[in-house]
Design a protein around this ligand. Structure first.
Ligand code: HSE
Length: 297
């Protein structure tokens, strides 16, 4: 038995869709599973990963084995982690999805996508990264009484994604701790109308609406102070004609949505970033949408 799983990076929230919206992009973690009578975990690319039972891929495999009442005597797990950790690009979701899909394949594909998505969400805590990591595309999700409900739509080839990735980490727990326990009715309405508009705008190619549709009052204003240089990246990306700019997931990556033909955006952004000390911590990656989602071979 040798099972290979490839999982895309994901960018959650997409502005107003806190814990609901997410999209998959062209950056990947891979995991290979092989039979073994003990637990052997290694990384092919020098990324430091836990090599014991706390490893997230292993924990996710184990969750599936437990759910299906199967014994897991040991396993050889080999990881490559191109998705940087704690940067708001869904690295933990990629590990969870790899573990769940890999285990399901090992056990003869007995779980449905919905069951796997629900398990992944239970481990991650919210569906907005795990759903696009599994399904690809732009995914709208709701978590209701322990079940995940998701709709996936393909993202048009017209779009590219400019990921401004800082050289520092921001743990999701810290970024969630910065949020208020309560928000006003007015702010809730502000967000729900924009999240709905963003979904419709992405699906129908109404990209000019995305600037308004990705504005948010539930999390970005509280998180931006945790991201030095983030405000300047927002300003720069807007000045250079991005359709939308938002904090990717819990941050600290800032994501800009641009037209695929807008090559100038990347050249000009690179230049501006080298000329302003405030943005020095960020590097820019040009990504495309991934409409395939996780692949198991
Ligand atoms: N929706 C989550 C958040 C994504 O913003 O905290 C990060 O895991």
């Amino acid at each position: 038995m040798k099972i290979f799983v490839k999982v895309p990076a994901t960018s959650a929230n997409v502005g107003a869709g806190f814990d609901s919206l997410g999209l998959a992009v062209s950056m990947y973690n891979t995991v290979t599973f092989e039979e073994s009578d003990r637990l052997e975990i290694s990384s092919c690319d020098g990324t430091i990963v836990p090599t014991g039972q706390s490893n997230l891929v292993y924990r996710s495999v184990k969750a599936v084995f437990d759910q299906l009442d199967e014994k897991l005597p040991g396993l050889k797990i080999t990881q490559t982690n191109a998705i940087p950790m704690a940067r708001g690009l869904g690295s933990s979701s990629a590990c969870i999805v790899a573990g769940i899909l890999g285990a399901n394949a090992m056990l003869g594909n007995r779980l449905t996508h919905r069951q796997m998505l629900t398990m992944a969400t239970a481990i991650e805590g919210h569906p907005d990264n795990v759903a696009p990591a599994m399904l690809g595309g732009f995914v709208t999700s709701a978590y209701d009484e322990g079940q995940v409900y998701s709709v996936k739509k393909n993202i048009s080839d017209d779009l590219a994604f400019a990921a401004f990735i800082p050289n520092f980490k921001l743990l999701t727990e810290k970024a969630r701790a910065a949020l208020p326990a309560q928000v006003s009715h007015k702010d809730a309405v502000y967000n729900l109308s924009r999240a709905a508009l963003a979904t419709a705008a992405f699906c129908d190619g109404e990209y000019e609406l995305l600037r308004v549709a990705t504005k948010d009052k539930l999390h970005q204003q509280y998180r931006l102070p945790l991201i030095p240089g983030g405000e300047e990246i927002f300003e720069l990306a807007h000045e250079l004609g991005a359709y939308a700019v938002y904090i990717s997931g819990a941050g600290p990556t800032i994501m800009a949505v641009v037209h695929r033909d807008n090559e100038d955006f990347f050249a000009q952004a690179e230049e501006a970033m080298t000329q302003d000390d405030k943005m020095i911590a960020f590097s820019l990656r040009r990504l495309l949408a991934d409409n395939t989602g996780a692949v198991v071979e």
